[in-house]
Design a protein around this ligand. Structure first.
Ligand SMILES: Cc1cc2nc3c(=O)[nH]c(=O)nc-3n(C[C@H](O)[C@H](O)[C@H](O)COP(=O)(O)OP(=O)(O)OC[C@H]3O[C@@H](n4cnc5c(N)ncnc54)[C@H](O)[C@@H]3O)c2cc1C
Length: 398
């Protein structure tokens, strides 16, 4: 049921994008904050599951929008797309924040005494109108409007006073677009951790206004104090992408971090075989697992046509499977689109030395879009945002 609203194919992503593009200017700017409810027309694109797994890329989305609209007309939409890029770049330079979230979530899972309160919040039984509806909508559809995510997170933290990490975990287990960077850092932002001291407080008036009067919850916290934490690490230098000899016969590995390998790697590469991995253990929820599993079949068909060899679907990202496949294909190089901070990157980091001891080099290739924008995600979004027009111009990416 979840997947039917978001058919998991690149073709759907592209047709959804084409339908959305005419409204990416003023219509988006004025209507994007309104959440009229599931199944209602919306000014937002509902492209996030496709962007999350890169069935369509940020550069494609931005470039198609800018073909139709001048930058100043579509600026708001372009900036929103760049929030995803910004969060990924920010976390890439501070991987310990992802680790810190997981430790905090596990600690709370093991010790938070009010399990019933969590269960009521997750099943929509708190009695707070709107909040309960969003909890059910999330579980049923795998998607929530951005404003509903903000209201939900704010009420979870400041009205219900539940641990933010368990709310972030609830989102990860149900969102189709569940993502280490966007989810963790958005919850941190609402809680006042990401921009220390600055919280997002949901109000009944704002909710009533932007839900077209559907909800006006009573009893919301009227003031709140930002959560605090010990200082986080300074921004690290970005991992340098590894270069490789393009003439080497290679095995292409595709993970759910980037499911359009045909725009990452040149079709002239000597690709001997392709593995498309949908590893359920590296995803948090069943909705996302189904989405990725179907998208993997779609990706395999495209990649096979592009690189002219067979694509195999695999369900485990482990060294044994990769070594065996590389052996059969006669390759000592495995190429894969770059995996940003998250479970896939962790899995690749673990298996890289095992591949090396079998004489196999794993090469992760980062997209030009990420290389252009990520280094500028060292501070807040405001200085990053200021650079967007120049970076788009300079990089020739759109
Ligand atoms: C508490 C919270 C948790 C979130 N968790 C996730 C998550 O796990 N995965 C995820 O992909 N997004 C997450 N978001 C960001 C955002 O809510 C969704 O990407 C957005 O709702 C997607 O809907 P759309 O495609 O219709 O957006 P549109 O408004 O049409 O935006 C177009 C695209 O821009 C990007 N974008 C827009 N707003 C944001 C934003 N605030 N942050 C990052 N990217 C943005 C997305 O790629 C989106 O598809 C979270 C936001 C909050 C407040």
């Amino acid at each position: 049921m979840v997947v039917s609203t978001f058919p998991p194919s690149r073709e759907t992503a592209l047709s959804r994008l084409a339908q959305f593009v005419p409204g990416a200017g003023r219509r988006y700017e004025t209507g994007r904050n309104t959440d009229a409810g599931p199944d209602q027309p919306a000014a937002v694109s509902r492209l996030s599951p496709y962007l999350r797994y890169r069935l369509v890329g940020e550069s494609e989305v931005v470039s198609q929008v800018l073909v139709r609209h001048d930058f100043d007309v579509a600026e708001k939409f372009v900036q929103e797309v760049l929030w995803r890029t910004y969060w990924k770049g920010w976390l890439e330079m501070r991987p310990s924040v992802w680790l810190r979230f997981q430790e905090e979530r596990d600690r709370q899972l093991g010790s938070f005494p009010a399990a019933r309160a969590i269960a009521a919040a997750e099943t929509g039984l708190t009695g707070i109108v709107g909040f309960d509806d969003w909890a059910r909508e999330l579980v049923e559809t795998g998607y929530l409007h951005n404003h509903a995510r903000m209201w939900f997170a704010s009420i979870w933290i400041f009205t219900l006073r539940l641990p933010w990490s368990l709310g972030a975990d609830f989102f990860l287990r149900h969102l189709l677009d569940a993502d280490a960077a966007s989810n963790t850092l958005s919850w941190r932002w609402v809680a006042g951790l990401q921009t220390p001291g600055k919280i997002y407080l949901a109000t009944a008036d704002n909710i009533a206004r932007y839900t077209n009067g559907r909800f006006a919850p009573k009893g919301l916290a009227r003031e709140a104090i930002a959560l605090t934490e010990s200082p986080i690490e300074a921004a690290q230098v970005l991992r340098e992408p590894v270069t490789h000899d393009v003439r080497q016969p290679s095995l292409l590995l595709v993970t759910h971090e980037d499911m359009t390998p045909e725009s990452v790697f040149d079709s002239a590469l000597d690709v001997r075989s392709i593995l498309v991995c949908a590893d359920a253990q590296l995803l948090w929820g069943d909705g996302a697992r189904h989405f990725v599993s179907d998208a993997a079949a779609d990706t395999a068909a495209r990649a096979s046509a592009q690189f002219g060899c067979t694509a195999h679907l695999i369900e485990r990202l482990d060294a044994q499977t990769l070594i065996a496949a590389a052996d059969v294909a006669g390759c000592k190089h495995i190429l894969t689109p770059y995996a940003p901070v998250g479970p896939v990157a962790d899995a690749l980091a673990q298996l890289t030395p095992k591949l090396a001891s079998a004489g196999i080099t794993l090469v992760q290739k980062r997209r030009a879009w990420d290389s252009a924008f990520w280094p500028h995600a060292k501070k807040g979004f405001f200085p990053f945002k200021e650079k967007i027009p120049a970076l788009l111009r300079e990089s020739g990416l759109v």
